[in-house]
Design a protein around this ligand. Structure first.
Ligand code: PEP
Length: 253
């Protein structure tokens, strides 16, 4: 049986709470009959409005980061426990924008993953190579390494709460999408990495998304690939009709 599809939006630093509620209000009727899982990843300040707005729908809500400590002297940070306490179910961890601009490393990603699982959240773990790394031919090594380090200390049972998003950095927000073959090749390689760590049964049931300029036009081809189980979508997730079209591509894949 094919794995289920998971389509998640990453709104990045866009939309205030009023706008977030309005966007979800538009999206709801468009995805209510979706068979795949649908998630919106919103800024921290939008979480209460988003949680309220998704009520009565099948849309899940994700935060875009969390800290690894439960509480303490970490000005400006939000803990996984805090997210869980307000009803958040998902958290995006290790997004390349966090790694590139905010100093996230493989080790801090590992710590955030651990904390999120301990708090009872489901993690969308992002891995992916820079353009220079792809050109040097080390995409496989980079993605395998990021995956292995992030999952250090995660048990096989906990893998049901890990979604991995393969996000080539050169494709994020650039309009330059990986080809379906490139996306599938790396998603398959990440699955092999998971298999090496946890065995093939766990690997076969792990959701591995592609992210990087996925949109309403290219989603069907990407999602038709056997190892691509969904998408993490930035720009197009801010347009309800486009995001809903991607959801429907997943349902029809
Ligand atoms: C992302 O932010 O994870 C992403 C894939 O962005 P975009 O779809 O805009 O490339």
């Amino acid at each position: 049986m094919r794995r289920k599809y998971v389509i998640a939006g990453n709104w990045k630093m866009n939309k205030n709470p009023t706008e977030a509620a309005a966007l979800i209000g538009e999206l709801k009727p468009l995805v209510n009959d979706a068979r795949c899982d649908v998630i919106v990843g919103v800024p921290f300040v939008d979480l209460p409005a988003a949680l309220e707005a998704v009520k009565g729908s099948k849309i899940g809500v994700a935060a875009q980061n969390c800290h690894w400590e439960k509480s303490g002297a970490f000005t400006g940070e939000i803990s996984a426990e805090m997210l869980k306490s307000m009803g958040v179910e998902y958290v995006i961890i290790g997004h390349s924008e966090r790694r590139t601009y905010f100093g996230d490393t493989d080790i801090t990603v590992q710590k955030r993953v651990r904390a999120a699982l301990d708090a009872g959240l489901t993690v969308i773990l992002c891995v992916g190579e820079y353009l220079e790394q792809r050109e040097q031919g080390v995409t496989g090594e980079i993605c395998a390494m990021q995956t292995k380090i992030a999952l250090g200390g995660v048990s096989g049972n906990e893998m049901s709460r890990i979604i991995i998003a393969y996000e080539p950095v050169w494709a994020i927000g650039t309009g330059r999408t990986a080809t379906a073959e490139q996306a599938n090749e790396v998603c398959a390689l990440i699955r092999d990495t998971v298999s090496g760590l946890y065995g093939s049964r766990t690997a076969d049931s792990t959701i591995i998304q592609y992210g990087g300029s996925m949109n309403a036009s290219n989603a069907a081809e990407l999602l038709a690939q056997p190892d691509v189980d969904g998408g993490l979508i930035g720009g197009a997730s801010l347009k309800p009709a486009d995001f809903a079209a991607i959801v429907s591509s997943a349902d029809n894949a």
